[in-house]
Design a protein around this ligand. Structure first.
Ligand code: HEC
Ligand code: HEC
Length: 436
């Protein structure tokens, strides 16, 4: 897998990597938990949570952290997340700015957890990626059972902790999205659906949020924990608390991809009467179209999808039944839970491109997120800047074409498969234009 090769290529891993990271200046709850001499072994997600102060207990009540479940995301995990395999964001709710701010994001199947913590001295945000392997990793034999069930949260091995500096020139670069103003601008927390009804967030008190819970429950038995959150606690997904946290930490007005949930959900509902529960045919929203046009014009990342659900109901039924058969012991393996997306929504989900774009449009939509004019010029990927197509030299154009034509599984293939897939026609169109 491309991910494995990319991590393999980083200079350090495991204990030497942790030692190098801990030797750099910095002071935050992640370092407090992971750098101390008697730091616990990171044997799984629960151990990591505990180490950074975000541990849950079944009867923890208000002492437990807050969390929010997402059924769709434009983050690193965009192609893995749906109501069947939610993204989980865990944090502490505080009334005012939290001096010990730490938030954790986790999605089954990624092979890593993401963390943000505020540095106690510089007051800036530090970003960490905790990569883990499982017994199956060594031989690249991980199955859907290893990746998409509780197995993914335990028996971690060869854990490596990287910070945003380590990852700056990889496709996991946290700053590409969390430092939207470029290297001199502040790093920030992100939340696209910043206001009620928080489209895409699970919430028993919103219509869309309840519909996402319903789909989740089709696959997952009542007694199954998720992201080490005890099953009895899982109903308390709380996007309002995340909104509050992003606000008190000072990032409420700084969202580069704000998604006006109230207006968009209202328009989607008015356009198609089954929404938000039934999402095929897809809904329509003029407010959303404006966001999407902005993306096609070069704004780095696509907006979150307009409908609450991103899934195909018949695929959800099939995958949910297979998942249940596995948890009941009727089948020996779990299904690939990422096989649930609504095919016709792929371009608007950002997984593919809108059809009919010209070469410049293809490059803007597929590359601008990581190759733009706001990059730290010392990064090798700054050699290709999509905003300077008109003045691009021949050698750069050749490198662009060569990268796009590599097999999608190559760690050097562009755009990275994690984010987007182009068709052979789209690649040919870019090649024809850049070869002129
Ligand atoms: C492609 C864009 C993108 C990249 C790259 C990215 N993130 Fe995010 N991240 C997001 C978005 C969007 C959210 C908002 C919640 C969501 O949609 O998952 C988010 C949310 C988070 C959260 C939850 C707290 C918050 O800000 O809402 C954490 C923690 C996080 N990211 C950590 C990281 C780390 C660590 C990295 C680098 C390893 C990283 N992210 C890279 C887009 C990105
Ligand atoms: C998610 C971020 C991301 C996206 C999207 C992305 N790239 Fe990249 N690209 C990188 C990173 C990171 C590197 C540096 C690591 C490497 O060389 O693989 C890179 C390197 C490159 C390079 C080598 C730089 C040079 O000047 O030689 C080229 C060419 C390139 N990308 C082309 C593209 C094209 C074309 C697209 C869109 C079709 C694209 N990339 C989309 C992250 C991205």
């Amino acid at each position: 897998m491309a991910d494995d090769s990319i991590f393999e290529a980083l200079p350090l891993k495991g204990k030497p990597q942790l030692d190098a990271l801990c030797a750099r200046p910095g002071d935050d709850p992640v370092r407090d938990g992971l750098c101390k001499p008697d730091a616990p072994a990171l044997t799984g997600l629960a151990a990591l949570q505990k180490a950074v102060g975000l541990g849950f207990t079944p009867d923890g009540g208000n002492d437990n952290p807050s969390f929010a479940l997402l059924g769709h995301t434009q983050s690193l995990a965009s192609r893995k997340v749906s109501a069947i395999n939610p993204r989980v964001i865990i944090f502490m709710s505080t009334n005012a700015r939290n001096p010990d701010l730490v938030t954790l994001a986790f999605t089954r199947g990624e092979g890593f957890a993401e963390l943000i913590a505020r540095d106690k001295k510089t007051k800036k945000l530090n970003f960490y990626l905790v990569r883990f392997e499982q017994a199956c990793s060594a031989e690249h034999k991980c199955t859907p059972t290893d990746r998409f069930t509780v197995e993914n949260e335990r028996a971690w091995r060869n854990v490596s902790v990287y910070d945003d500096e380590d990852l700056a020139n990889t496709i996991f670069d946290c700053r590409a999205c969390h430092q939207p103003g470029g290297p001199k601008a502040p790093k920030q927390m992100l939340m696209q659906e910043m206001e009620r009804p928080w489209t895409h967030f699970f919430d028993t008190e919103t219509e869309g949020g309840a519909a996402l819970y319903d789909d989740f429950k089709k696959a997952h038995p009542k007694d199954e924990p998720l992201a080490a959150i005890p099953p009895n606690v899982l109903v308390f997904s709380d996007p309002a608390a995340l909104e509050h946290s992003v606000n008190v930490e000072g990032f409420g007005d700084a969202q580069p991809h704000f998604f006006d949930s109230k207006t968009i959900e209202g328009q989607v509902k008015a356009s198609s009467k089954g929404q938000p529960g039934a999402n095929d045919p897809p809904g329509k929203s003029t407010a959303w179209n404006t966001l999407y046009q902005r993306h096609l014009a070069g704004s780095p990342f696509p907006p979150a999808y307009h409908d609450v659900k991103v899934t195909d109901a018949s695929k959800v039924s099939r995958v949910a039944a297979a998942y249940q058969a596995f948890t009941k012991g009727e089948s020996s393996s779990a299904p690939d839970v990422t096989d649930v997306f609504l095919d016709r929504a792929a371009p608007e989900l950002g997984h593919t491109l809108k059809t009919g774009l010209d070469a410049a449009g293809i490059l803007k939509a597929a590359c601008a997120g990581c190759h733009n004019d706001k990059l730290d010029p010392s990064l090798s990927r700054a050699g290709f800047d999509v905003t300077k197509l008109a003045s691009m030299d021949k050698a750069t154009k050749e490198r662009v074409i060569a990268r796009m034509k590599l097999p999608a599984s190559s760690p050097q293939h562009m755009p990275p498969e994690r984010f987007r897939t182009l068709t052979a026609d789209e690649i040919a169109k870019v090649e024809a234009e850049l070869s002129k």
